[in-house]
Design a protein around this ligand. Structure first.
Ligand SMILES: NC(=O)C1=CN([C@@H]2O[C@H](COP(=O)(O)OP(=O)(O)OC[C@H]3O[C@@H](n4cnc5c(N)ncnc54)[C@H](OP(=O)(O)O)[C@@H]3O)[C@@H](O)[C@H]2O)C=CC1
Ligand SMILES: O=C(CO)COP(=O)(O)O
Length: 380
């Protein structure tokens, strides 16, 4: 097995000198949690990482490799893994939570008694909690802990590429300017940049929503659809994502940034994305269950699509791509039939923030009334 030492290669240039070390806790031993733990350590922080698998804990501490999630990369040797939550959180000033959405609340609840009002608390998870309440991860952090410094880290961040030292960037979103600035200090290094945003809700929704469309694009790729198709899907996905997020109070501008279009591009383009891989497998003819089982990790988009379609229906937000994916994944609709039906659906406005969708549709209705024989109905 070749173990690259990209983290170590970049550490010397990045480590600040003469500063008191920040105490960082990472909850979660998956690939992103591990990559972030290593980055924080190369920046000079004292890093403890919590995971529940004792064998993996021992391996990380002895071999400095996460054999399950990032087998080919050397973790900064100062990262200390443990399955003891109290030990990991003892004195932690910054806590990064990298746990899938299905287990997020339970883990945060376990950590909560050890988190103070001044602890910086950041979710890296791109999902939505199952249930009727439509809770994002940062809302869970707010509900379950007393921390006054809550943030969300999201962006085009394939963990394996970060681990390899590929130049990457992310967004820290928080209402609190000190939280944003301190996370930027703690995590930015020669191969990882961290930009700031005050639209926590928009950044978080961007990360959760793009997973849905990565499944759809993976499916289209496996079906042999071309680059025009990919581009159309991604751009219309962006329209849908921003429509949904804006209806829930986010800024449309956020979707022009790293946590919007940036993350959509990477997740819809790379077989390293778990969501893309699930879509690809389904496009090749596997069932959803087979695709998820073969992946062996969590593809958040599978649960997110269900929650988004439900919420969009209740709130009256038009989301044809998400709806179509839902029907393919859960109602047995053939993806090719679905593609044709989408091609025959309404053609509204390109960018709704310049030409509102209703205005475009209204003009089409008037044209259809005054020139009924010019073309087929575009509003079917
Ligand atoms: N991987 C990536 O490229 C990126 C991921 N993200 C986001 O970050 C989040 C974390 O991702 P990632 O690091 O890849 O990890 P995963 O989503 O693969 O999660 C794996 C970690 O969570 C632990 N875990 C799962 N269920 C539980 C539970 N019930 N109790 C305790 N621990 C549990 C796993 O433990 P065990 O091994 O014991 O099951 C493992 O340590 C994801 O939600 C993802 O959306 C964001 C950017 C990039
Ligand atoms: O969020 C990611 C990249 O930014 C990783 O996506 P996946 O969860 O699909 O692997």
């Amino acid at each position: 097995m070749t173990v690259h030492s990209a983290f170590a290669d970049h550490s010397t240039a990045s480590r600040p000198s003469g500063e008191r070390s920040l105490q960082v806790a990472v909850l979660g031993g998956g690939s992103f949690g591990t990559a972030l733990a290593s980055i924080a350590a190369t920046r000079g922080a004292h890093v403890r990482q919590w995971l529940r698998d004792e064998q993996l804990v021992a391996h990380i501490n002895e071999q400095h490799v996460n054999v399950r999630y990032l087998p080919n990369f050397a973790i900064d040797p100062s990262v200390h893994a443990s399955s003891d939550m109290a030990f990991v959180l003892e004195q932690a000033e910054l806590v990064l939570v990298a746990i899938p959405s299905g287990a997020f609340r339970a883990v945060v609840r376990q950590a909560a008694p050890l988190i103070g009002t001044e602890t910086l608390l950041v979710s890296t998870t791109k999902g939505i909690e199952a249930g009727d309440d439509f809770h994002l991860m940062s809302q869970i952090l707010e509900e379950e802990t007393v921390s006054r410094h809550i943030g969300v880290l999201s962006g085009p961040n394939l963990a394996a590429e970060i681990a390899e030292g590929h130049l990457s960037a992310s967004v820290i979103a928080s209402d609190d300017d000190m939280t944003r600035a301190r996370i930027q200090q703690a995590l930015s290094c020669d191969h990882f940049r961290v930009y700031a945003s005050n639209d926590r809700f928009g950044v978080e929704l961007g990360g959760a929503l793009k997973n849905i469309y990565a499944i759809a694009v993976g499916m289209a790729a496996a079906l042999g659809m071309g680059e025009n198709t990919r581009s159309m899907l991604m751009t219309r996905a962006l329209a849908e994502m921003s429509r949904f997020a804006v209806a829930r109070g986010a800024s449309p501008m956020t979707f022009l940034g790293l946590a919007g279009i940036g993350d959509l591009i990477v997740t819809c383009s790379s077989p390293l994305s778990r969501n893309y891989r699930v879509g690809y497998a389904i496009g090749e003819g596997r069932s959803l269950e087979e695709a998820v089982e073969a992946l062996g990790q969590v593809a958040e988009g599978v649960n997110t699509v269900h929650l988004i379609v439900d919420r969009a229906q209740r709130d009256g937000v038009y989301m044809p791509l998400a709806q179509a994916l839902y029907q393919v994944l859960f109602e047995g609709v053939d993806p090719r039939d679905m593609a044709l039906s989408l091609m025959r659906s309404e053609q509204g406005s390109d960018v709704e923030f310049t030409l509102p969708r209703e205005a475009a549709l209204d003009a089409q209705r008037r044209a259809a009334r005054t020139h009924p024989n010019d073309s087929r109905d575009t509003l079917t």
